[in-house]
Every structure is written in structure tokens, then in C-alpha cells.
Design a protein around this ligand. Structure first.
Ligand code: GLY
Length: 402
């Protein structure tokens, strides 16, 4: 073991207490646990009377049941790319050809999105988590073409007068204008990637413009975010800022802030413009300063029912993954703080409180999808699992390399 590696483990021992298992060991054990849960899910899907239907994707497990609720991979199902993505990450961890075969089959069910007019902004979630990871791991040229075609489709939602992508075409009338939700920041990664891989500079320009518009209009002076910003379609002026899935228009919806942290980290990576690095630290600090002791947020930081309010493990997974990247761009002291916080999040997520273990085949419990709509409250949700395994793989690589 390299001397630096030993030093890292030693420091982490001090942080977590001498008797705690070391983070790298915990992460490896957690990845093996995830693989076991993936096998369970596949077994469950295979045991259905007609065998696996590769167009049905695990979406959630309500707190009262122990089987995945499956949803058809349609253009309206924004979560359909996460299960193929989980399989690709599990294949990355295990190298198991049987997992790769399943990943390929589920991924193929999303190909139609590359030649279907854009339903909404979620194309990055759908295609970059599935085909993006697939291409990263296999270099399959057909995958590359699907991503490039889908990036072009996503770009059709860009309104130059506003300078941002439209998130929900179906809600333009309800919101009275061009609506942009914070979640849309995650879709920029596919545009940046496409621009670098033959898709054209305009895709990068769209992503940067969207990020700038969001940075200017989606945040309060304390760097907490609104979920939705609404713009005049013709002048591009912001005409409203409100919530869709949070507690209130002026509250801080945890996953919205998590998307912002992840999204602006990507924008800094792709542009190397320091203004994004400064900004994302402010956004991250606003989130970290409001966390409860175990570093897993309540679904909305301003729900008056706290500490009785439900948590959102999915937000913690998104942030733990983003911090794996963000902390590497920062000076030692700040970077170490982010690293400690991320490892604390992973430690909590790996505890009995948050792990599904034998009870359910998901990785995690206690995520909240859309509380105001009464949907996916205190549940297992597939995107929590996706960002959890991504975070574990990222941190494993970092801890092994250092
Ligand atoms: N993109 C929707 C959500 O985060 O729930």
C-alpha cells in the first residue's frame, strides 16, 4: 500500500473513530452488497410468468411493500434510464458478462428516444445514465450515435430568446411561460459530451447559456435554490420563481439543491471557468450547513414537521457523488471538508437505517419523490440507487488512487 494511502486511511480513522471500519473497505463491501441486490432484482424479474420484459424498469418500492413497482419505458417515464445505469455500474464493479448482457438488453429499450421528438428535458437522465455509461464501458459506436441523436433532440427545447432549455413543454400554459426546473442542470452533461464527440459546438454553447441563466435566476441571495423559474418566452425576462416538488415557493427542496451541486460541478469540469467553481461552493455550503447530524437531508429543509418529516436519501446520494468530483478541484482544506462530509453521507447510507438489506431488493430506503403530490414518500427509488452506486464507484477509485 502506498504511503499516502496509509495516511489517508489513518486520517479517516481519526475522523470516524479508531474502531470504525476504514472507508475503502466499507465502500468495497457496499459495492458487493449492491451487486447482491442487483442479482435479487434480476431474479425477481426473471421469475415473472412471462420472463423479463426489458421495457419494464424498476422505479420504486413503497414503504409498505417489498417488490419493485415497474414502469414502462415510455417518453413520459423520466426514470427509465436509471435501472440500465445501475446495471452498467454493477458491471463496472463486477466485470460479470451476465450483468453486461442484462444492461445491454434494458438499455436497448430506450433507443426509440433518439428518434422521437422531445417530450421534455429529461432526455439526459434517460439516455446519459443508460447509453452514456454503456458507451463509456464498451465503446459501442451504435451507443455513441444514440447519444448524439438524443442530444440534438434535447437541443430542440432551447429557446434563444430565453437562453435556456424548456423543461416541461406540457406546462407552458400552467406556468404562464418558459419553465426551467433545477433538475434540468443534470441534462447538460450529455450536451457537453455530444459537443466534444462530433455533435457540434452549438450544443456546448446551449449548455453554457442554460447554466448562466440558471445561475442568475434560480437562486436566492443565500445560494439556496428555487425549484422552478418561469421566463417570458419572448423577452427572456424571469417572471416567476416557485416550487413544484418542495414544501413552499420560498423553501429549500433538498433534491433541487442536490441537482444544482451536481450540475454546476459538471459545468465547471467542462468549462474550467472559475466563476462556476466559486458558485458551486456557495451552493454546496448552503446545503451542507443545513444538514442534520447524519448528513441525510429531510426532503425539504424548511418543512415545519422536522424532525418528523421524511428524509430524502436520494439527495444525499446525488451530493455524495458530486462531492467526489468537486472536492478534487479545491484547495486542501475545503476539499478535505467536502470529502469528510461525503464519506459521512456514505457511512450513513450504508447503515442499517438506510439500507434495504433483506427486506427489499433495492439498495436503499427512505427517499422522497414528490411529497406534495403524495407520491414516493419514504420509499426506495431507483435514482437513489443509481447515484449511490455511482458515488461508491467514484469514491472507491479516488481512495485507491490516493
Ligand atoms: N426530476 C424530478 C425529481 O427530481 O424528482
Amino acid at each position: 500500500m502506498k504511503l499516502r494511502n496509509i495516511a489517508t486511511l489513518f486520517c479517516t480513522c481519526i475522523i470516524f473513530g479508531a474502531c470504525q471500519p476504514q472507508p475503502l473497505d466499507e465502500i468495497r463491501t457496499s459495492l458487493d452488497y449492491c451487486h447482491g441486490q442487483v442479482e435479487r432484482t434480476l431474479l425477481e424479474l426473471k421469475s415473472r410468468e412471462s420472463g423479463i420484459d426489458y421495457t419494464l424498469m424498476p422505479r420504486n418500492i413503497a414503504d409498505t411493500v417489498c417488490m419493485w413497482h415497474l414502469r414502462k419505458a415510455t417518453k413520459e417515464e423520466w426514470c427509465a434510464g436509471f435501472w440500465p445505469g445501475v446495471l452498467w455500474y454493477d458491471y463496472e464493479h463486477t466485470g460479470d458478462p451476465a450483468i453486461r448482457e442484462e444492461a445491454e438488453k434494458f438499455t436497448a429499450s430506450l433507443e426509440f428516444l433518439s428518434h422521437t421528438p422531445a417530450y421534455d428535458h429529461d432526455l439526459g437522465f434517460l439516455i446519459f445514465c443508460s447509453y452514456g455509461n454503456g458507451y463509456r464501458l464498451t465503446n459501442n459506436p451504435a451507443y455513441k450515435q444514440v447519444i448524439l441523436d438524443t442530444a440534438d433532440t434535447l437541443a430542440t427545447l432551447f429557446n434563444p430568446a430565453v437562453g435556456a432549455l424548456l423543461s416541461w413543454p406540457r406546462h407552458v400554459k400552467d406556468y404562464g411561460g418558459h419553465n426551467v426546473i433545477m433538475d434540468n442542470m443534470i441534462n447538460l452533461e450529455m450536451l457537453f459530451w455530444a459537443a466534444k464527440n462530433g455533435g457540434g459546438q452549438h450544443l456546448c454553447d446551449i449548455a453554457v447559456s442554460h447554466a448562466d441563466k440558471t445561475m442568475k435566476n434560480h437562486f436566492r441571495s443565500d445560494f439556496t435554490s428555487y425549484h422552478v423559474a418561469v421566463y417570458d418566452t419572448l423577452t427572456g425576462e424571469r417572471i416567476n420563481a416557485l416550487t413544484h416538488q418542495g414544501y413552499a415557493d420560498e423553501s429549500l427542496w433538498a433534491r433541487g439543491q442536490a441537482w444544482a451541486i451536481y450540475g454546476f460541478t459538471v459545468v465547471y469540469r467542462e468549462t474550467k471557468n472559475e466563476k462556476y467553481l466559486d458558485f458551486v461552493q456557495q451552493v454546496t455550503d448552503a446545503y451542507l450547513s443545513r444538514l442534520p447530524e447524519d448528513a441525510i437531508p429531510y426532503w425539504d429543509f424548511d418543512d415545519p414537521r422536522i424532525p418528523q418529516a421524511p428524509r430524502d436519501a436520494s439527495a444525499a446520494c446525488v451530493v455524495a457523488s458530486a462531492l467526489a468530483e468537486l472536492h478534487t478541484y479545491l484547495p486542501t482544506e475545503k476539499g478535505t471538508y467536502y470529502k469528510e462530509m461525503a464519506l459521512k453521507m456514505l457511512q450513513s447510507l450504508g447503515s442499517d437505517t438506510y439500507r434495504a438489506e433483506e427486506a427489499k431488493p433495492s439498495f436503499l430506503l427512505h427517499s422522497t419523490g414528490n411529497l406534495p403530490a403524495g407520491s414516493e414518500i419514504d420509499a426506495s427509488i431507483i435514482y437513489a440507487d443509481y447515484y449511490y452506486i455511482e458515488a461508491l464507484l467514484r469514491w472507491q477509485k479516488l481512495l485507491m488512487d490516493n
